[in-house]
Design a protein around this ligand. Structure first.
Ligand code: ADP
Ligand code: MG
Length: 628
């Protein structure tokens, strides 16, 4: 017997199934796409146990005649593509003729179908690869596909399925995308007894956005619309003030397919460039492109949401330009290069941005009136009889106030500098650290010091603090193996995509080492019961979302764990650090400096930006022509 064998159809189908059918949502995707291709305008999906027990898709499309049903489970059986030429202008969602053969090989799959002309319907079953005969059945025109016990006889694959809640979350997300892409079609999703999504045929795109994501998201969206003949763009974008912390509401569709495409994402971000507040905020944008099939190759991967552009630059330009135009015309004063002033950021007195309660009650760092004596008119009083509470790890003034209110909160102490606590007898602070005496804070961002060696030193407070935290976190991880947790009395619920929830929960042990305590909270949220003590709480959610983005990027680019940890620590240090614009008391400046002194490379932040600028007295003299 020769060693090389031609695989039999069943094995071929199982291999194809490995590509096409990853999880229940992929089955739903294939079946709903078939229903759309069949011209249905009403599509109903019923799932049980997240699709693991049952997936049933009913449509009122063109149906199949018995002679077509006979072939429906055969590999590469399709009515959509007949020749190689056809492949270059596929107008349907499916065309490989692989889906039903694959699904039939890994589940008990029954198809019932009736064309409009036929007297009655017919049914056929593929029971894990065993295809039965066609039998008559009674039904309305259209098609019903029932998929039971997915992977029931493929235990290795079944093990990879997640909880019903997670799997139904994926299906819900998928159905939402179909509902957005095809407003003409009425979609319904029922999970067990519960109706999860219901839309009527012939709705407007905006109604669909509201139906899927809620009225709040649909409010104030700006319409985008531009037609270049062979390429057109339609959609809705939110004004830059309505951003998100994750990219869930950045969705793009090409010819009705939901896709993830770097060109589109990048073009959208470019359109919002300099309009979004800093800190990784994402726009809200629903974009629908249609184009001549010749301009795009959808034949990239059967299950992946990817396309290949013939002329990516043209697509990029179209989106960037049209979205930008809409944003600029909607907001007076928003022009290329202009910054939208985001509330809070950049205002040293707005402590409310980070500390949610009673911002008005907070002592302000520059509250000179409160100090008993005031010998200087400079920005910082030299009177330091009552040093403010600076907990062990340096934290901004706003958070100090928060600590005082919540005395139970343990200090995020990494043991490098102890500047005193509000309750203990505070030891007096030194006048200077490392020969540097604080002069004041300039432009809300730079700390000015006078050096003993006749220098004027300007320090970027964020860059330096970031460096300090970065090194402290790494040292603590090296020595103790984990970061300190700040337990939350009231858990913080963070809403995410089901996939995001799953990914974070998978990493919960690793995250616990980094000071995060999280638990799944339903299928699309997590409950955060503890945050790294070094992070300011209101920033924690954002930090967690950023870690999720890093994880996803890591999965995609095959980042190794060391790199992942490095990036994560980096991001936590950045978020934990005082920001440009945070008002600082001189004692806090000294505390920060003292922590930095303990480090080796405090002269640059973890990104390599310098942290300090030194002017020598002689430089200044030269500049002012005091010396010849
Ligand atoms: P593809 O969609 O790539 O052609 P499938 O395996 O998904 O391959 O489907 C095979 C064929 O079965 C389709 O080409 C279509 O002719 C027919 N078919 C599948 N589902 C339906 C449906 N809901 N209504 C009518 N015809 C269908
Ligand atoms: Mg198909």
């Amino acid at each position: 017997m020769p060693r090389i064998q031609v695989l039999d159809a069943h094995v071929v189908n199982q291999i194809a199934a490995g590509e096409v059918v990853e999880r229940p949502a992929s089955v739903v995707k294939e079946l709903v796409e078939n229903a759309i291709d069949a011209g249905a305008d009403q599509i109903e999906v019923q799932i049980d146990e997240g699709g693991k027990a049952l997936i049933e898709v009913r449509d009122n499309g063109m149906g199949m005649a018995p002679e077509d049903l006979e072939r429906v489970f055969l590999p590469h059986a399709t009515s959509k593509v007949g020749s190689v030429e056809d492949l270059t202008h596929v107008a349907t969602l499916g065309f490989r003729g692989e889906a039903l053969a694959s699904i039939g090989s890994v589940a008990r799959t029954t198809i019932l179908s009736r064309t409009a002309e036929a007297e009655g319907g017919y049914e056929i079953r593929d029971d894990f690869g065993e295809i039965g005969g066609v039998r008559p059945t009674g039904m309305k025109p259209g098609t019903i596909v029932r998929v039971e016990h997915l992977f029931g006889r493929v235990p290795a694959r079944r093990r990879f399925l997640r909880t019903p809640a997670t799997e139904s979350g994926h299906i819900k997300e998928l159905m939402g995308r179909f509902a957005l892409a095809f407003p003409g079609i009425g979609f319904r999703l029922v999970s067990g007894e519960r109706q999860v999504l219901a839309t009527r045929p012939g709705e407007q795109r905006l109604e669909r956005i509201a139906a899927v994501f809620g009225d709040e998201v649909a409010r104030d969206l700006l319409p985008v619309s531009h037609d270049e003949g062979d390429l057109s763009l339609e959609g809705f974008v939110a004004p830059p003030t309505r951003t998100r912390r994750d990219s869930r509401l950045e969705q793009a569709f090409v010819g009705g397919r939901f896709i993830r495409d770097k060109t589109i994402t990048h073009a959208t971000r470019e359109a919002y460039r300099d309009l979004l507040p800093p800190g990784g905020q994402r726009p809200v944008a629903f974009l629908f492109l249609s184009c001549d099939p010749l301009l795009v190759d959808v034949n990239v991967h059967p299950a992946k949401a990817e396309v290949r552009w013939r002329d990516g630059q043209r697509v990029h330009r179209l989106i960037r330009h049209e979205v930008r135009k809409v944003l600029e015309s909607s907001a007076p004063g928003v022009q290329a290069g202009a910054h939208v002033q985001t509330p809070g950021r950049g205002d040293p007195f707005d402590l409310a941005r980070r500390s949610s309660r009673n911002p008005g009650d907070r002592p302000q760092a520059f509250d000179f009136g409160a100090r008993p004596t005031q010998r200087h008119e400079s920005a910082w009083s030299a009177e330091r009889a009552a040093p403010p509470a600076v907990s062990g790890s340096f934290r901004g003034a706003a958070h100090v106030a928060e600590d005082v209110q919540e005395a139970a909160r343990p200090a995020a102490d990494f043991g490098t500098y102890e500047a005193g606590s509000p309750h203990a007898e505070s030891p007096p602070l030194p006048e200077s650290v490392g020969g540097l005496r604080p002069l004041g804070q300039a432009l809300g961002t730079y700390l000015l010091f006078e050096g003993e060696d006749e220098t004027l030193v300007v320090i970027d407070q964020h860059a330096l603090h970031e460096r300090v935290l970065f090194d402290q976190i790494n040292a603590r991880l090296r020595e103790a193996g984990n970061l300190e947790v700040q337990g939350l009395l009231v858990p913080n619920v963070v809403h995410l995509s089901p996939a995001g929830v799953e990914r974070l929960i998978e990493e919960s042990e690793w995250l616990a080492r980094l000071g995060w305590r999280i638990e799944a909270f339903g299928e699309d949220a997590i409950s955060v019961t503890g945050v790294p003590a070094l992070l300011r709480r209101p920033d924690a959610e954002e930090a967690l979302l950023e870690i999720l983005r890093l994880l996803e990027r890591g999965d995609r680019d095959g980042m190794d764990r060391t790199d992942l940890l490095h990036h994560t620590v980096d991001s936590m240090a950045c978020r934990g650090a005082i920001m440009a614009g945070d008002a600082l008391h001189p004692d806090e400046a000294l505390a920060l400096l003292a922590q930095a002194e303990a480090l080796n490379h405090s002269h640059s932040c973890p990104h390599g930006r310098p942290t300090r600028l030194v002017f020598k007295k002689t430089d200044l003299e030269k500049f002012f022509h005091r010396t010849v």
